[in-house]
Design a protein around this ligand. Structure first.
Ligand code: NI
Length: 183
């Protein structure tokens, strides 16, 4: 297993658009996907996009198990999503606190679509087609943004709602999250 270094905000690669994966290449992705899962686990993230480890391809992984402290929060199945396409099913925007492994130690309040459909294919080349809402929808939107070179601070509407986790927590501003939400 290889834990890769996660690129941090300021690295121009995080601002680039990643390239589509050719179907023929899917079978060659196994070592990359293994590195991505290892890196995400080591960093305790809920998701990771390939460009975050410097691989400019349209691949994201995400997933988190229910945390016993927040039993009401739904599981997000561990998913490899290649060449994702998002369709907005509900234009309603919902604010939620987000973090990112590329912006360590910080959280910001980010609006995301409440309900989306996402499609793409998995590590076996099998199609994925899901209709999701809430935290699951948020994680997917955050990860897919990475593929277009967008980091969550660019989506914050009120920059006063952006700060260091420690300080936000001390001041009781950070709402609790169902699982580690860095991606
Ligand atoms: Ni992220």
């Amino acid at each position: 297993m290889t834990i890769k270094a996660v690129l941090k905000m300021g690295d121009p690669r995080l601002l680039q658009r990643s390239l589509e994966v050719e179907p023929i290449d899917v079978q060659r992705l196994a070592p990359l996907l293994e590195d991505m899962w290892d890196t995400m686990a080591a960093e305790k993230g809920a998701g990771l996009a390939a460009p975050q480890i410097g691989v400019m391809q349209r691949i994201v992984i995400f997933g988190c198990a229910t945390n016993p402290r927040y039993p009401e929060a739904p599981d997000i199945p561990e998913t490899v999503l290649i060449n994702p396409v998002i369709e907005v099913l509900d234009e309603t925007l919902e604010d939620g606190w987000e973090g990112c492994l590329s912006v360590p130690g910080m959280r910001g309040l980010v609006p995301r679509y409440q309900r989306i459909r996402y499609r793409g294919f998995d590590q076996f080349g099998k199609p994925i087609d899901r209709d999701v809402c809430g935290f699951h929808a948020r994680v997917v939107q955050h990860e897919c943004d990475h593929l277009d070179g967008v980091l969550y601070p660019q989506r914050i509407r009120d920059m006063r709602q952006f700060g260091f986790i420690d300080t936000l927590t001390e001041n009781d501003i950070l709402s609790r999250q169902p699982c580690d939400d860095d991606g």
